[in-house]
Design a protein around this ligand. Structure first.
Ligand code: SAM
Length: 466
């Protein structure tokens, strides 16, 4: 509590009045820790019985769990297999409230590091597509790695400004998430470093940027579509005020009431010009529920108006004759191939969602699901392909138990020995894919990506390993 900015404390005291003492107490307690199960890979029930963590369900997010303070899910090989995403429990709410259904065209405008993008993709169940956009070059890489680990296939990753996206996607998406950059006050407990970046003028500066982003997002929503605006901050300037401003500027948008009030508080009209509609927004208070501070507004666009359709990507750029190198790899290794249009860019082969529109001259970081690369007339499968495949889909796999030294050695990039067979093999942990290796002469040569290799703790070190 000592290093919370004084101007922040004074402001909170004025805003919260008699609730202030409860609010301030939360900084004496550790933050709640959560994970979201990856239903693209595993059933929630199976997951629950399989993992060694002490889990309790997060009531507002199916598949979301609190884990115990002793647990270390980030150090478990199931993390590398993408069976879950470590996500703060309040942060699980915005994607759920957007109500994405399979087949939707979805935009996550501010997507890195990708927790909510992964939730949106899981709700799509690989039908329809997600454009996950991130403006920052370093963060877009992390976004790519995370979505790859989660085995998401129908995602395109762009690195664009909202106004350039809006020029292409006018009135187009069924669902848009704007998880806006903010002053991060709701994260002061979880990430104390955010406190030192805060200043009394930051909420106003963030508010201006949020309005700019939201205005462009609104252009891209199809009539009848839904849009969620969310922040992890407390200041009214970045929350009720932004929504109030937005509603005044956009007469064809209105706030919708969804079921979340069973758990969350309402937004506060009295913190702005008393627009009563603002009571339809959500406030997630860390002293009222088990989660950090968030704000969420769910908008709908009136259904009158034209939904834009765009020319399809695969019709223009898709391979006309297939890819022989990939086809011979499939014949030798895969019993159930990834079906659908293919796109070859330089030497990288991608699978493309059939409904994906032409992306014009947008800056694209990943145009689709990267299957692998053509190198010297051969197909080299990607790590993304390994992580999206199930054990039953390949001819050859090696299963390593989660608590075995072999799995730790594999994730650490070492060669393993004592294995029969020849050629590509899918390495799995307790049946869930981890990556590729190549078998030859009893050796299993490691193809786990160099950038992802790491040392996992050992049971033998006496600590609780995970
Ligand atoms: N939705 C993410 C998740 O669940 O993992 C977290 C998003 S974070 C709150 C906001 C993101 O917006 C940051 O990654 C930031 O780089 C990005 N951003 C910053 N300025 C932006 C802008 N003008 N347009 C779009 N995104 C922006």
């Amino acid at each position: 509590m000592r290093d919370l900015p004084q101007a922040f404390l004074d402001k909170m005291k004025g805003l919260l009045k008699e609730q202030y003492s409860d609010f301030i107490e939360i900084y004496r307690e550790p933050p709640n820790q959560g994970l979201m199960v990856n239903t693209l890979k595993i059933d929630v029930k199976d997951f629950f019985t399989m993992v060694p963590f002490s889990l309790t369900p997060v009531p507002w997010a199916e598949g979301g769990f609190y884990y115990g303070y002793e647990d270390r899910p980030g150090k478990h090989p199931y993390y590398d297999a993408g069976l879950y995403y470590i996500q703060e429990p309040s942060a699980m709410a915005p994607a759920r409230l957007l109500q994405v259904k399979p087949g939707h065209k979805v935009l996550d405008l501010c997507a890195a590091p990708g927790g909510k993008a992964f939730q949106l993709a899981a709700d799509l169940k690989n039908k329809g597509f997600l454009i996950a956009n991130e403006i920052d070059a370093a963060r877009v890489r992390v976004l790519g790695e995370n979505l790859e680990r989660m085995g998401v296939k129908n995602v395109v990753i762009t690195r664009e400004t909202p106004d350039r996206l809006a020029m292409v996607f006018d009135s187009y998406f069924d669902r848009i998430l704007v998880d806006a950059p903010c002053s991060g006050e709701g994260m002061f407990r979880k990430n104390p470093e955010v406190r030192s970046m805060w200043s009394a003028t930051l909420p106003d500066r963030c508010s201006r940027r949020q309005k700019d982003i939201l205005k462009e997002a609104a252009r891209m929503l199809a009539p009848g579509g839904k849009m969620v605006y969310s922040t992890c901050t407390i200041s009214p300037e970045e929350n009720e005020e932004v929504v109030d401003w937005f509603l005044k500027q956009h007469q064809d948008f209105y706030l919708v009431e969804t079921g979340g009030f069973d758990w969350f508080d309402r937004g506060l009209p009295e913190w702005t010009e008393r627009n009563p509609e603002l009571a339809k927004t959500f406030r997630i208070w860390p002293h009222r529920i088990k989660g950090e501070g968030h704000f969420i507004a769910v908008f709908e666009r009136k259904p009158n108006g034209k939904i834009r359709s765009l020319p399809l990507f695969y019709k223009r750029w898709g391979l006309r004759k297939g890819c022989p190198e990939y086809e011979s790899f499939v014949k030798e290794n895969i019993c159930q191939e990834v079906e659908g249009p293919l796109y070859l860019h330089r030497n990288q082969l991608y699978w493309i969602s059939e409904s994906l529109p032409d992306l014009g001259d947008l800056r694209v970081f990943r145009p689709g699901f990267n299957l692998g690369e053509i190198r010297k007339g051969r197909f080299i499968p990607s790590h993304a392909l390994a992580l999206a495949l199930k054990k039953q889909q390949v001819f050859q796999s090696v299963d390593l138990p989660a608590n075995s030294p072999e799995v730790r050695r594999y994730i650490n990039g070492q060669t393993l020995n004592g294995f029969k067979g020849k050629g590509w093999v899918l390495v799995t942990v307790d049946g869930y894919s981890l990556g590729w290796a190549r078998l030859s002469d009893g050796l299993m040569k490691n193809h786990y990506p160099k950038g992802l290799r790491r040392i996992l703790p050992d049971y033998a070190d006496g600590d609780k390993p995970y």
